[in-house]
Design a protein around this ligand. Structure first.
Ligand SMILES: N[C@@H](CCC(=O)N[C@@H](CS)C(=O)NCC(=O)O)C(=O)O
Length: 200
């Protein structure tokens, strides 16, 4: 498999999940802020017309997009990794519920802060929304080591990565003490350490 990834972006959470499974994969770096030319000269947008990462190229050449779907594919390929329960198991839906929340409520709101155009009342609105969503996560983590159950799941790989972003757009989220403790905890996992080292 090939993971097309921009270091430190949401695609790095897929990188972490892949390392958790022990599956064989290769990372192809995409510079989202540059001309999007890959090392082999191809333009990333020609490969993925959606123009964003993550993109997973399967061994049969098929291309998979959308983080929630890619995470399911990876976890199902290696069920013993415990990253996601099998289909039909309510525990799977609980993790998917988190993935969906992180994707549509947290990630998409945070993404706005990387745009310099986010100013004035729209910035205030986005800040209020983001803080409400983070407060919900923080409260959950007050009594839970992981987003669901007793084990690391694909949702944890995602939450870890996106909660590193506020520092990049200078938003102070230190009021969320449980998120801070969670980050420290997750960061010491071998898969996360390895992904961060590979990301550079
Ligand atoms: N709907 C996509 C969103 C992925 C996404 O927002 N990727 C960002 C990086 S975290 C990106 O590639 N942005 C570049 C762009 O939109 O031009 C998913 O869930 O996978």
């Amino acid at each position: 498999m090939k993971l097309y990834s921009h270091p430190g972006s949401c695609s790095s959470s897929v990188h972490i999940a892949l390392l958790e499974t022990g599956l064989d994969f290769q990372v192809i770096k995409v510079n989202l802020f540059g001309d999007r030319k890959l090392e082999d000269g191809r333009n990333f947008n020609d490969i993925n017309p959606k123009g964003y990462v993550p993109l997973l190229e399967l061994d049969n050449g098929e291309l998979l997009t959308e983080i929630s779907v890619i995470m399911q594919y990876i976890a199902d390929k290696q069920p013993e990794s415990g990253l996601l329960a099998p289909s039909g198991d309510l525990r799977r839906l609980r993790v998917l519920e988190w993935l969906s929340y992180l994707n549509s409520e947290v990630h998409m709101t945070m993404g706005l802060f990387f745009k310099p155009e986010l100013e004035g009342p729209m910035r205030e609105l986005a800040t209020e929304k983001l803080k409400t969503r983070l407060a919900f996560v923080d409260e959950h983590l007050a009594t839970n080591d992981y987003l669901f159950g007793e084990h690391f799941s694909v949702a944890d790989a995602y939450l870890y990565m996106i909660t590193t972003w506020p520092a990049l757009f200078s938003m102070d989220i230190s009021e969320y003490k449980n998120i801070a403790a969670y980050q420290t905890r997750i960061q010491s996992r071998p898969s996360v350490e390895k992904a961060l080292a590979e990301i550079g």
